[in-house]
Design a protein around this ligand. Sequence first.
Ligand code: NAD
Length: 436
Amino acid sequence: MKIKIGVIGTGYVGLVTAVCLAELGHQVVGTDVVKEKIDFALAGRPHIYEPGLEELLQKNLKRGNLNFYHDLDKTIQDSDVLFVCVSTPQLADGRADMTYVEGVSRRIADNLNSYKLIVEKSTVPVRTSAWIKRVINLYRKNAENYDVASNPEFLREGSAVHDFLNPDRIIIGVESEKAEKILCQIYQKFADKILVTNIDTAELIKHASNSFLAMKISFINLISELCEKTEADVELVARGMGLDPRIGPQFLKAGVGYGGSCFPKDVRALIHIGEEMGVDFSLLKEVDKINTRRIYIFVNKVKQVLWVLREKKIAVLGLSFKPQTDDIRNAPSIEVIRELKKEGAYLRLYDPQAIANMKKIFPEQEPDLVYCPSAYEALEGANAGLIITEWPEFQNLDLRKVETIMSNPILIDGRNIFEPAEVRKMGFEYYSIGRK
Ligand code: NAD
């Protein structure tokens, strides 16, 4: 018999989870409190930009093994397994806000009409499963059985579908054989990638992984600061370090810092979990501090190159927190824009996917802040061009054309996408991160 899966919360993680579990052949229904997200999904149109998602959404809707409900209660009642994919955003003090997870747990308690396996897919603090169980036990109306399990998600926005269907690892945190059996059946196709642990371990694997990756980024960014004071080249330092298999080359890319909906909040959440449990995570406080500093170092560089920013036309290329996504949550571009606006610069912004989202934070306002339909239009007449996100199309810009259309051919590259010698040969003044 097919396992009936309900996915609660169809945001970046939930929608991909619902579509990909259906693609694996399961019977899946997704639900969300935001009605439009469900309307869009039912129409075969994801409300987010994620490569490959639309095709698989339409394919599985047509196949009949994927559906979306507006009704959370019905989703819970009709499902055997519930993947909880709601947001766990950051509170002002850095803790994870568990309001949505608690809310969903209460609704599950209200609708416990048969055995349910409740799977935490959202990133949650270690010990969350104990709280979910407490809530369900407090509010349940009948004695039906249930299990809680942790199955943290490791997909990366921009390659989420590929990541979900080609996992490095599937972490399954369980405390009953039944829960283990069901989750192993769901992920049968990836049997050789499964690591079964207890629930606390699984919850902690996710926070530990993200904090470790953030630490790698802040580490190389700190090294880049030293490179800028010397003749060292951070790209070559990173390459040299990465050749050591104990270190590896990934996440050693110096730049304007990490952003997104995960690293900043997960680092801060782990600091807080440590504080609550009496473990000193000063190490991660430094990681966070170094990352915040990146923005101001970058903006200072812009000031040092352009001197007065008032009424200077500055093209900002890349608004999303990383390439191949429209997600701007905690994107470094936001703070860069805020700082440049304070200085009175005329900003000309461009991104291949994230303009609509950015307009909600910074509405268009001539001549201070204008959104452009292409990188060339942003750069036309500009006194400087800033690269904030390493979208491939920026690497492929026709730099000869760019050099002729800019007022001053000055590029300040926050992602080291160009070769300094090459762009300088074309007539640009070029500044990048951690190299001359
Ligand atoms: P998101 O904000 O895009 O999605 C969360 C969704 O949950 C939203 O659509 C929201 O409307 C919905 N929701 C909230 N309360 C609900 C309720 N009571 N019932 C139904 N739906 C509800 O967030 P996201 O990026 O998908 O992240 C979700 C979780 O996954 C977070 O814990 C995040 O840390 C984690 N995570 C995210 C990523 C990523 O790359 N975005 C990767 C791995 C893990």
